[in-house]
Design a protein around this ligand. Structure first.
Ligand code: SF4
Ligand code: SF4
Length: 117
């Protein structure tokens, strides 16, 4: 007999990072070792003209999508980067952010073409 208690169990919304698609993140780590030093301070995003002038694009957000393996979301916005290099100048950890974006684009292209990363 089904009893209506007035409440139910919601679908689990937690993100299991171990199950995410990490191919692109690993690819970037391999070719831009300084990426491992990022502490997510947000200085790159604060100084980025594109982040200030567009609704969605910013490196920190791209990084979150990267960790979640949401490659399609990154692909939608990554072309907004102008490769001006301001983000790289202010990074306190010396992350080569421009190279990160470049390798990210390359990795996305390979994934879309079903190539091995
Ligand atoms: S400024 Fe450097 S350390 Fe800070 S979030 Fe950007 S890449 Fe990471
Ligand atoms: S290189 Fe790209 S991400 Fe970095 S500050 Fe310039 S537009 Fe922003």
């Amino acid at each position: 007999m089904n009893q209506d208690w007035g409440y139910g169990i919601n679908k689990d919304r937690q993100i299991d990072f171990d199950r995410n698609d990490r191919r692109l993140a690993e690819y970037i780590r391999k070719y831009v070792p300084s990426y491992k030093l990022c502490i997510s301070c947000g200085a790159c995003t604060a100084t980025c003209s594109t982040a200030n002038l567009t609704d969605f694009y910013n490196i920190r957000r791209l990084n979150i999508f990267l960790m979640r393996g949401e490659i399609d979301e990154i692909a939608k916005h990554i072309d907004k980067c102008m490769f001006c290099g301001k983000c790289e100048l202010v990074c306190p950890r010396g992350v080569n952010t421009r190279q990160v974006i470049l390798i990210m684009k390359e990795g996305i292209k390979k994934i879309k073409q079903n190539e091995q990363l």
